[in-house]
Design a protein around this ligand. Structure first.
Ligand SMILES: [Zn+2]
Length: 158
């Protein structure tokens, strides 16, 4: 998925992958740094006299590299395997909720990192699966606790 926006300086139509949201990219035309924002999505029918004919995607040159926020930045390895394992563990023994909550929290955190391009996104499926299992198991656990409390209260009243 890509985001289309216009250079803040020379108004060139630019197109960049969603993973660069929140990062600065250098305009290939005028070398101005632009902050890529989620809200920059432009509709195709947005008239712009500076926009050349053809899809803005065609403007996306090979040398359109995001400016490195930190030099020699390396993507964090994903923890999809571990998160999915935690999720699966929570399916069988959600002791004190710990595996479920861990899978949920770590999964949420890592999904955000992948969205921001800080983490390798090839583990997205595993991370998401682990996160969802953790979330469901945590909710089920809380529901069952709530149910027990409710039941205890009801029986006490009776
Ligand atoms: Zn520009």
């Amino acid at each position: 998925m890509t985001i289309q926006f216009h250079c803040s300086h020379c108004k060139s139509a630019l197109c960049i992958d969603r993973q660069y949201v929140g990062k600065q990219v250098r305009c290939p035309q005028c070398q101005t740094l632009n902050l890529v924002k989620e809200s920059m999505q432009f509709s195709e029918n947005n008239p712009d006299q500076n926009e050349p004919t053809g899809s803005p995607k065609g403007l996306y040159p090979e040398n359109f590299q995001p400016a490195p926020a930190t030099p020699s930045r390396k993507l964090q390895p994903h923890q999809g395997g571990m998160i999915l394992t935690l999720g699966i563990v929570s399916l069988f023994c959600n002791i004190c909720l710990i595996p479920g909550i861990l899978a949920w929290m770590l999964g949420t955190q890592d999904m955000r990192k992948m969205d921001n391009g800080i983490m390798e996104s090839d583990g997205r499926g595993l991370t998401q699966a682990g996160m969802i299992i953790g979330m469901v198991m945590t909710c089920l656990f809380l529901l069952s606790v709530f149910g027990w409390i409710l039941m205890a209260m009801v029986f006490e009243i009776i």
